[in-house]
Design a protein around this ligand. Structure first.
Ligand code: PSU
Ligand code: MN
Length: 318
């Protein structure tokens, strides 16, 4: 079956995603800034493919979102995904960059903000990523605050992540999330995970089972809530870093970034790349593992939400 295209051709759904959405089957959106700017090649492609596979294994359909050939793809084809993964020109696209990147027909990986915006417009309400953006350290003066936070206020979805990236200012990020009325919960944890670190000091409401997550998702939908729920799952403990080790590495990376004059949208990719180098690739393995685990949980959540909606008695299902 062919995919579907919006009248202006700007939003293109792949055939599997279009079919799944038409049938009301579970679908999970996946972002691609992690592919173009978060991980080194070729691990980036491996991670993106493994995330898709994890969603499929959970029984849902992955919709990896990115910009290719002047349109926003909701469900990149494998060849497009590969092209994006190795394209040196690929931009990092947040919400405000969507129209300029599409108009100029430049390839781009979409951040959580742009992915969330596109996913919700396509009718997808569950998204998985590694870690969301937030208030950068020093953000109280630089005002470098990720557009992810604002999009979490305005696009309704459940966003499965490993909390907020540890390179950021976590307490201030939580304050902004509260001001923006974005709901945050911990999956099997009562402390906010910090991406490379399993837990921070910051308390979060704890949810222990999938059925309760699905109920929360449905309740936000029933309220007509305009924003998202952030579901924070700790990264796999066997690969996670302890907070002190991370801070020591980060200190060196920050000094390096400052010397190179790097700030703004380039800061997150630069710090992630530096941490990968100084940790001998451990953060890359960790990022891969946590992203895949989040994709799996998002897939399971999509199936749980969908299963509940079905009006077919379960005894009649094969
Ligand atoms: N998760 C990862 N790696 C990443 C990102 C998330 O494991 O690179 C990306 C997401 O796309 C997120 C972005 O939206 O980093 C935040 O960038 P900034 O701080 O510039 O808003
Ligand atoms: Mn920024």
């Amino acid at each position: 079956m062919a995919g579907s295209t919006s009248p202006q051709g700007r939003l293109r759904l792949s055939a599997p995603v279009a079919t799944a959405l038409a049938q009301g089957a579970p679908v999970v959106a996946l972002e691609t800034a992690i592919l173009t700017h978060g991980l080194p090649r070729p691990d980036n492609l491996e991670t993106a493919l493994a995330m898709e596979q994890a969603v499929r294994r959970a029984g849902a359909v992955p919709a990896t979102i990115g910009l290719v050939d002047g349109s926003a793809r909701i469900g990149l084809e494998p060849a497009e995904l590969e092209r994006l993964a190795f394209d040196e020109r690929a931009r990092k696209c947040a919400t405000r960059d969507l129209a300029p990147a599409l108009a100029a027909r430049v390839p781009a990986g979409t951040t959580v903000s742009a992915t969330l915006y596109l996913a919700v417009r396509a009718g997808i309400r569950i998204l998985a990523t590694g870690g969301i953006g937030g208030v950068h350290r020093g953000g109280e003066t630089s005002l470098d605050i990720s557009a992810d936070l604002h999009e979490l206020r305005r696009s309704p979805a459940s966003v499965v992540c490993s909390g907020i990236k540890a390179i950021l200012d976590l307490p201030r990020t939580m304050e902004v999330l509260e001001s923006l009325s974005a709901t945050v919960v911990g999956f099997r944890t009562d402390r906010l995970p910090a991406f490379y670190v399993t837990r921070s000091e910051i308390p979060v409401p704890r949810i222990d089972d999938l059925a309760a997550l699905a109920e929360l998702h449905r309740t936000q939908e029933a309220l007509g809530w305009p924003g998202s729920v952030v579901i924070a799952q700790p990264p796999p403990a066997e690969l996670a870093l302890d907070a002190a080790t991370l801070e020591a590495l980060l200190d060196r990376c920050r000094r390096r970034a400052a010397r190179a004059g790097i700030s703004g949208a380039a800061e997150t990719p630069c710090l992630l790349a530096c941490l990968a180098e100084l940790s001998d690739g451990r953060t890359v393995r960790l990022n891969h593992a946590l992203a895949v685990a989040n994709a799996r949980l998002a897939g399971e959540l999509a199936v749980a939400v969908h299963g509940h909606r079905s009006c077919i008695p379960s005894v009649m299902l094969p």
